[in-house]
Ligand binder design. Structure first.
Ligand code: ADP
Length: 243
């Protein structure tokens, strides 16, 4: 369904996303090696190797090198993350075709789970924003709503533009407990690994969502109840001079 004949090109954003994921993957791997080594040497020392002064010195020297490596790696990561503060162009997005196009990408899984996805909002809403930040936010929230929905469930996407853009994404899925709710925006936080989907998830999605929403000057709220469902609500202000 392509209302107004508008079609967006998401390939550039998909490439950016892949680069970020690769980066996180590489970084985690690089960090793991010295940490594993530090844990190994500490355990061996505590198991008795510390009683031999020569072994003790050799091990401590290795551990010092590993710790120094960790320090410089962390330094590099901080540098790199500063470097990714890119300047993105603003563009005018027509919300309905944007949502329709995004949702179309999930048609298969929506059919498989027999979900009914309802888009509620005026046909003519346009919003000026930075697509590179806006798109991943919506994509992550919709993906989660689909993944954490129960079969035959319903997902409501509601949007309005009155004094800024308001988007609510509501699912009637597994829900999140009140204690987990406080932590879901943390990097790498995942609710009980056995309960959540076992493929694809890294626990980084919502941390990115929150970061991007804030970079757009907006806010995000979540309301959820176990076994009932979850609603994420984002509010984005109109960018300077565009209203
Ligand atoms: P993940 O890649 O694990 O989905 P996210 O950062 O996107 O990582 O989400 C963090 C955790 O929050 C998830 O592991 C999941 O347990 C929970 N969560 C996120 N969205 C929903 C939702 N719509 N319904 C239920 N739980 C959710």
């Amino acid at each position: 369904e392509q209302i107004l004949g508008v079609s967006y090109d998401f390939t550039r954003i998909h490439q950016l996303e892949k680069m970020q994921k690769d980066f996180v993957g590489n970084v985690s791997h690089e960090l793991k090696t010295p940490i594993t080594s530090l844990i190994g040497f500490t355990e061996t020392l505590l198991d008795g190797a510390k009683d031999d002064p020569e072994t003790l010195t050799t091990f401590l020297e290795i551990m010092q090198k590993e710790a120094q490596r960790l320090e410089s790696l962390t330094q590099e990561i901080i540098q790199l993350s500063k470097g990714t503060e890119m300047v993105y162009d603003e563009e005018e997005i027509q919300l309905r075709p944007f949502f329709n196009q995004l949702i179309a990408g999930y048609r298969r899984i929506i059919q498989e789970k027999n979900l009914s996805l309802i888009l509620e909002g005026p046909n003519d809403v346009v919003f000026q924003t930075k697509m590179e930040l806006f798109y991943p936010v919506i994509k992550n929230l919709i993906e989660n709503a689909i993944h954490y929905s129960i079969p035959n469930g319903k997902i409501l996407i509601h949007y309005t533009n009155q004094n800024g853009l308001l988007i609510a994404i509501q699912d009637f899925g597994i829900g999140i407990s009140q204690s987990d709710l406080e932590r879901i925006f943390e990097r790498f936080y995942r609710v009980d690994k056995a309960r959540t989907r076992n493929t694809g998830g890294s626990g980084i999605g919502l941390a990115i969502v929150k970061d991007y929403v804030e970079r757009l000057g907006g806010t995000i709220q979540v309301e959820s109840h176990l076994g009932i469902g979850t609603t994420f609500t984002i509010h984005l202000p109109n960018l300077e001079g565009t209203h």
